[in-house]
Design a protein around this ligand. Structure first.
Ligand code: TEU
Ligand code: CA
Length: 599
């Protein structure tokens, strides 16, 4: 018995070491899978930090964040221990949707700087042995993109079929599809009297991916950036690229969530496999699809490595648990846990997941999932970090969450910038369907602008984000208390806890590749789970409440060495834990529990 244990430990460490070597060389050759059957890959072991350039750091006083600003703060980003930066769109754009409406894919947005600034950012990121991943927004372009300027000119323009044009049906829109930014997804264009499709803003016409020339254009622009040395792409609403060109109406039961129809087009997998063949397979890159509208059942079709499509996707179930179609809703901890368990069950060792709880389209992490009151903001933000870095999948940190930045106290419609809000205001409030007060109250919890207020760098005027008079979006008034300078100086800050958690994850293969098991799914206050790889197992216990809780560790598990906790001094090991408000702990599981480890 003992002999076999030693033998299996040796085999396990051999596999582990080959994993480490292959990750270091970035090799894409097949490597022996680890104890749980995973092929080791650098992007599975990475921690990604998302930069929303407009709000990160302004270098020239015009009130708008820019590329030079990012380059100047790489110490801050790298100090967290993250190794990949995902840059939200930095391309030339008229900014109808803050850069998600691209006018020229090979040009840098003038407000963000020049191509030389981009090259310098990329060079500096690489010099620090970090990687840079770009946002690929190719479901749609700006209506100011040259292709669309041509396309709308006449029905026989060579670029006509770059977009999706249809004549009126019974003198109305071609079908009942709706835009995510209010109203019909079709816009009548006077020049030719036909409608074009736009799943987002009117200034974001959808490309026609059934035209092979369009796909070739996309592959060419991807190569343009990959040949500069970027390390992959986050792909904006990528499952929407293939449409059923007969455009049937949405059935009544699909109208509340049209994304499930939009993401189920007939050729999507075919096109992604083609993209992989023609572009991605030629580079050592990471890809993450923003897979809004993709069910768990469909997920392996996108991410199973044997299908050669994407590495991983963002699943929206967790991040949208606190809203139903833009309306804030209450949620319970068992609901959240069951999302993680179901995701895990849907993906086998040929697949990979992301851990994603916030981004530029969602409220602030601590406000949505924690408690952003003065008493519990720090503890709950640290608890959420404990969860983010110990769940199974590549973790994504959204800028500012490492400071525990909070939602913004919006008071009036004038406080917003987001086109989604402006359009919804017209459709819901101006039309008299909803009162202004109810509308604003809901947005305080759900608005995308919560996450887009500028990073709070210090307690000087405009939080050190800009030296100019006015930032593009107002700074959260809590910046004198919540800012990077204060966080860096305080060893007990959220920032330093992120650093410690990322370090723990990075050096602990079980926290990356280990099996996930929820020990107590029905518990409404405590989330307790294990991660186990071979004989190496960890117990994570999170008190998602402001109550003190006596928590009995489920039978069969003995908590041994405390690895980290968010409230400072705490019990080293026990069978019953006295958990304080929002307390989070990670223990090593005693080796005598090995055989009891759930699998
Ligand atoms: O988001 C698409 C998406 O699925 C959403 O989260 C969307 O913003 C929201 O549901 C609107 O209600 C991506 C980008 O992340 C977002 O910023 C862009 O606005 C959008 O695509 C269009 O490019
Ligand atoms: Ca600027």
């Amino acid at each position: 018995m003992h002999f076999f244990r030693i033998l299996s430990a040796c085999v396990f460490y051999f596999l582990l070491m080959s994993a480490v070597v292959s990750a270091a060389t970035g090799s894409t050759d097949p490597q022996p899978a680890d104890a749980n059957g995973y092929q080791p890959r650098w992007w599975k072991e990475a921690v990604v930090y998302q930069v929303y350039p407009r709000s990160f750091k302004d270098s020239n006083g015009d009130g708008i964040g820019d590329l030079k600003g990012i380059t100047s703060e790489l110490d801050y980003i790298q100090g967290l221990g993250v190794n990949v930066i995902w840059l939200s769109p930095h391309y030339d754009s008229p900014n109808a949707d803050n850069g998600y409406d691209i006018r020229d894919y090979r040009k840098v947005m003038t407000e963000f700087g020049t191509m030389a600034d981009f090259d310098e950012l990329l060079r500096t990121v690489k010099q620090r042995h970090m990687r840079l991943v770009l946002d690929l927004v190719v479901n749609h372009t700006s209506d100011e993109h040259q292709w669309f300027v041509e396309s709308r000119k006449s029905k026989d323009n060579p670029y006509r079929s770059y977009y999706i044009w249809r004549p009126a049906k019974n003198s109305k829109e071609p079908n009942n599809w709706t835009s995510f930014f209010s109203g019909s997804a079709w816009k009548l264009d006077p020049a030719t009297g036909e409608y074009y499709l736009h799943l987002f803003a009117q200034k974001q016409p959808d490309l026609n991916w059934d035209n092979p020339k369009v796909r070739q254009e996309v592959y060419d622009l991807m190569k343009f950036w990959l040949d500069k040395g970027v390390d992959g792409f986050r792909m904006d609403v990528i499952p929407f690229v293939s449409k059923d060109q007969t455009f049937p109406d949405l059935p009544a039961n699909a109208q509340a969530h049209p994304e499930y129809v939009y993401a189920a087009g007939p050729h999507m997998h075919e096109y992604l496999q083609e993209m992989n063949r023609e572009v991605l397979s030629k580079y050592d890159v990471m890809t993450v699809g923003e897979a809004f509208g993709t069910t768990l059942q469909q997920t392996p079709l996108l991410v199973d490595e044997r299908r050669h499509e994407l590495n991983m996707i963002f699943n929206f179930d967790a991040v949208r648990i606190n809203q139903e179609n833009g309306v804030a809703r209450g949620w319970t901890l068992p609901e959240l846990k069951s999302i993680f368990t179901r995701q895990d069950a849907a993906l086998d060792a040929h697949c990979w997941n992301t851990v994603f709880l916030s981004n530029h389209d969602n409220p602030r992490l601590v406000s949505a999932f924690g408690d952003d009151s003065a008493a519990y903001r720090v503890a709950s933000a640290k608890l959420l970090a404990t969860m983010l870095f110990t769940l199974k999948g590549t973790p994504f940190v959204y800028q500012g969450d490492e400071l525990g930045m909070t939602n913004y106290p919006f008071k009036s419609i004038d406080d917003f910038d987001d086109i989604e809000v402006k359009n919804a205001w017209k459709e819901r409030v101006v039309s008299g369907k909803v009162s202004a007060a109810d509308f604003i109250a809901n947005l305080r919890k759900t608005s995308r602008d919560n996450a887009r207020t500028p990073i709070q760098w210090d307690h000087s005027s405009n939080a050190g984000f800009t030296t100019g008079a006015k930032p593009w979006l107002a700074i959260n008034p809590n910046y004198p208390q919540i800012n990077a300078k204060a966080a860096l100086a305080d060893r007990g800050s959220i920032y330093h806890y992120y650093r410690a958690m990322i370090e723990l994850r990075s050096k602990t293969p079980a926290l990356i590749y280990g099996d996930f098991k929820d020990l107590d799914p029905a518990n409404s206050k405590v989330f307790a789970y294990t991660r186990a790889l071979g004989s190496d197992a960890y117990l994570i216990v999170l008190n998602f409440s402001k109550e003190e809780i006596e928590y009995a560790i489920p039978a069969g598990i003995t908590a041994e060495g405390l690895q980290i906790s968010n409230l400072g001094k705490t019990e080293a090991a026990a069978t019953r834990l006295h958990l304080r408000a929002w307390e989070a702990r990670v223990y090593k599981v005693a080796s005598s529990n090995r055989t009891a480890q759930p699998n």
